[in-house]
Design a binder for this molecule. Structure first.
Ligand code: NAG
Ligand code: NAG
Ligand code: NAG
Ligand code: NAG
Ligand code: NAG
Ligand code: NAG
Ligand code: NAG
Ligand code: NAG
Length: 751
């Protein structure tokens, strides 16, 4: 059965959708150009280049030196892809090109051509039988080779530098989540991006171009991306194979690019409904009595809550993956009480670090399940005055070990949600080693030479967090006896929250938050650019710390004001989650590490604000059908939830197109939350009104009428200019399209 393509989308569906997999509704009914080659193999001296059709309108390129790729290298591609051709093809090829030779293959609308030893990628236009160059390998008469290698004589791996052409005005979107908190861009052109993970910095080597293509490097290597005026250079510090994928769509059609990209890297399974409600967290609820009192208060105040979070140091030693039973003597009872009082689930934090005194250390060391270091000490970092080692999550045996502990300590006792913190990889996830030792942060030591089951940190470390997501995802499915398999899972009973991820992380029952942000007004705006960029990298299951992580004092008017403004934005995010380490005048007296007593609950920000926060929480629950529908669409087609304005308006509105290109603050600090809501968070103190740019609605929006102000239903017409609206604390500037009742009933398209 062919689902009705909403008119809203149909306009963009200018390219044939194809007739690939009969089972897939997206590819029935229209023609799709089947690949006219199984692959091209170029033998260029010691270098072997494989070019193959893979996924919808996609081409995969793999290059190895001296020998063919083993096929066992780490990969985030799903093979066979969820849609499109090229699955289970190994190194298949039917064209052999000798040095200097030429060949072309086509898959759907993309052409890959080898000519005089360089690769070119074109979009093929059926209508007029023409091809448009998207990008090609970069070379000049005197330049480094476009595929450039350096080898370390100690091993067969190599360093690779790959260069591609670009033009000065080209725009690049996505690239994961940029470091907190000064990057206010959605167009990343001109930037140099360090491909290394740490707290709040999750760069991913994937970008969409305004020329109508998406390119991604299917490699877990640390390295660098240089997005220069004429050349894009991808640097992998260590690789066994270079592996990248490129797909094409009509310029401006970012939804097709996401659909094609998620067809090969995975689609987000839909969250359980409870997680779409309000999530309460702070650093930190440190004992059982406190958690139960908190639930009692939510019950007494009649404030709805869906998740209550227990942060780090709830363990005795790092790597126990269980509660310190002095602080949490009866987890089962606690979970039961919280559920009874509020209906909420509990979530607990886990860290990847293991200290010698942990009850698991000796076993893990004996069985080789801890990451090691090249110098043999195995020490990756220190925290709370002890040296720690990392669990080797890249080893399936280690994942099974951790899950067993989590099950025994928590899951089997009614605590089903897990928070993967600090597992960014290499060390404890900060930009420095010696975590938590403030004065030592600026000593420029190299990071430890971490080695895993999967390889070194340099070669495989970008995927370390991804394997933690896998641990819990696999554990859930093993325990609940789900018949769904890894790559085709469509729903989640529970989810983990994670500080880091990687390309394809959206296939897991896991959601990402933006790490430790600072509590400042400008960060509210910065978070919009973080959120839409990570969505443009395929990951829509995203949230942040409402209020920011550090620097907020709830006793001050400024702190209260900031929190309420931030809360307004939180209502219109994929997940609504309050968290942070607050500062205040209450002394820390409890006999635990970091027993921060400062409050961070809806009632902690003054009586008037409590009323506003309650109103926002109620609104969030009213919006659940809409949010759920957005997640269902994401699951089916990869359609992003938080949408930078260029997704929907770069074709209909030149102001959006230009403002996106130049990262104009007003344009990049607003976003669409699904197809019907425009959100313009307030990122300044003390304002009473807001000027919002309403994008010009195009033909694609014809069914959705005009822009209406959320709080008054006032009609502002079809956009194309600024409007000024009242913006008291309880009214974040939001505009909607279509009928408000449709939004509340979860209908995201016009009928
Ligand atoms: C491609 O190679 C074929 C033979 O291998 C040659 O005849 C042809 O001229 C080449 N095409 C171009 C454009 O160089
Ligand atoms: C595949 O199709 C393209 C576009 O029509 C053409 O240029 C190319 O030569 C074809 N390749 C093969 C191997 O048939
Ligand atoms: C072919 O058609 C596409 C739109 O379908 C257009 O962008 C392109 O410029 C056309 N090329 C030529 C040479 O007419
Ligand atoms: C899930 O079950 C499979 C099959 O028994 C096992 O190989 C895997 O290690 C389990 N995963 C976890 C995280 O326990
Ligand atoms: C999880 O815990 C339950 C209850 O203790 C136990 O029956 C089950 O075997 C455990 N499963 C795993 C994978 O550890
Ligand atoms: C996973 O499920 C899909 C869809 O049902 C199926 O095509 C695929 O073969 C399964 N894979 C495995 C490893 O069972
Ligand atoms: C906001 O208003 C308060 C109270 O009038 C004042 O103390 C504060 O400096 C103002 N903040 C800014 C950023 O203007
Ligand atoms: C809208 O207002 C902003 C400042 O708030 C200004 O920079 C921009 O030029 C205005 N845009 C239009 C189209 O008037």
């Amino acid at each position: 059965m062919m689902p009705r393509i909403p008119r809203y989308l149909a306009l963009f569906a200018s390219l044939p959708l194809g007739t690939l997999a009969q089972s897939n509704p997206l590819y029935t009914d229209a023609e799709y150009f089947q690949p006219n080659s199984t692959g091209i193999r170029v033998n260029n001296g010691f270098e072997r280049v494989f070019i193959q059709p893979f996924g919808p309108h996609g081409v995969r390129v793999r290059v190895s030196l001296n020998r063919d790729p083993a096929g066992t290298e780490l990969s985030t591609l799903i093979d066979p892809p969820l849609e499109g051709p090229g699955g289970n093809a190994g190194l298949a090829h039917d064209i052999n090109v000798p040095i200097g030779g030429n060949a072309t293959l086509r898959n759907g609308n993309i052409l890959a051509e080898v000519f005089k030893n360089h690769l070119y990628f074109y979009r093929f236009d059926e209508a007029n039988d023409t091809k448009t160059l998207l990008t090609s390998e970069y070379f000049d008469t005197k330049s480094l080779h476009s595929r450039y290698y350096a080898r370390n004589f100690m091993s067969s791996s190599f360093r690779a530098e790959y260069s591609f052409t670009t033009t000065p005005e080209e725009q690049f979107f996505g690239l994961g989540q940029q470091s907190c908190c000064n990057d206010h861009t959605v167009n990343k052109k001109g930037q140099v991006i360090d491909l290394i993970n740490f707290n709040s910095h999750i760069p991913m080597p994937v970008y969409m171009s305004n020329k109508g293509y998406l390119q991604m490097f299917n490699m877990a290597s640390q390295g660098r991306l240089e997005l220069g005026a004429h050349r894009v250079r991808f640097v992998a510090e260590e690789a066994m194979v270079v592996d990248y994928w490129i797909t094409a769509a009509a310029p401006g059609n970012y939804d097709d690019l996401q659909r094609q990209f998620t067809a090969v890297t995975g689609r987000q399974p839909t969250p359980p409904e409870f997680l779409l409600g309000y999530q309460q967290s702070k650093l930190r609820y440190y004992d059982q009595r406190q958690v139960e009192a908190l639930a009692q208060r939510f019950h007494d105040e009649q404030v709805r809550v869906s998740l209550i979070v227990i942060d780090f140091l709830a363990w005795k030693y790092q790597g126990d993956w269980s509660f310190n039973n002095l602080a949490f003597p009866n987890p089962e009872e606690m979970a039961r009480k919280v559920k009874e009082l509020t209906g909420a689930e509990l979530m607990v934090s886990l860290w990847p670090s293991v200290e010698d005194l942990s009850e698991n250390y000796i076993t893990l060391q004996q069985r080789g399940l801890l990451a090691t270091t090249r110098d043999g000490t195995g020490i990756h970092d220190s925290f709370q005055g002890v040296y720690t080692r990392l669990i080797d999550a890249t080893n399936p045996e280690a994942r099974e070990f951790v899950w067993k502990r989590l099950n025994d300590s928590y899951f089997s006792k009614g605590i089903h949600s897990f928070w993967i913190d600090q597992a960014d990889g290499g060390s404890l996830g900060e930009a420095y080693v010696n975590n938590d030792q403030d004065l030592l942060k600026s000593i420029p030591y190299h990071r430890p030479f971490t080695e895993y089951f999967a390889g070194t940190q340099e070669a495989t470390g970008k995927m370390y967090p991804w394997f933690h997501e896998q641990t819990i995802d696999e554990g859930y499915r093993n325990l609940t006896g789900s018949t769904q398999n890894q790559t085709h899972q469509t729903t989640c009973d529970y989810m983990s929250l994670t500080r880091s991820s990687y390309i394809g992380g959206q296939r897991f029952c896991s959601y990402l938050w933006s790490g430790d942000t600072e509590s400042r007004f400008d960060v509210i705006h910065q978070q919009v650019t973080s959120g839409v960029s990570v969505a443009a990298s395929g990951i829509s299951a995203w949230t942040l710390d409402i209020g920011g992580f550090s620097g907020l004092n709830p006793e001050t008017p400024e702190g209260q004001h900031l929190f309420v403004r931030w809360f307004g934005m939180g209502v219109f995010l994929p997940f609504t989650r309050v968290h942070g380490t607050r500062s205040c005048s209450i002394p820390r007296t409890a006999p635990y590490h970091r027993p921060n007593e400062c409050p961070n609950e809806p009632w902690s920000y003054g009586e008037e604000n409590f009323e506003i926060i309650k109103k926002y929480i109620d609104l969030r629950y009213e919006l659940i059908p809409y949010v759920k529908a957005l997640f269902e669409e994401l699951q089916k087609t990869g359609r992003s939830i938080m949408r930078p304005l260029y997704y929907d308006f770069s074709l209909s509105d030149p102001v959006v197109a230009a403002g996106t290109s130049s990262n104009e603050p007003q344009i990049v600090h607003q976003y669409m939350f699904g197809p019907r809501l425009l959100v313009a968070p307030i990122g300044e103190a003390n304002v009473t009104e807001a000027t919002v740019y309403l994008p010009q609605l195009g033909e694609a929006h014809a069914d959705l009428g005009s822009w209406k102000f959320w709080w008054t239903d006032e009609d502002f017409g079809e956009g194309g200019g600024n409007v000024t609206v009242d913006a008291p604390l309880d009214q974040i500037p939001v505009f909607y399209l279509g009928d408000k009742e449709d939004i509340f009933s979860g209908s995201i398209w016009s009928e």
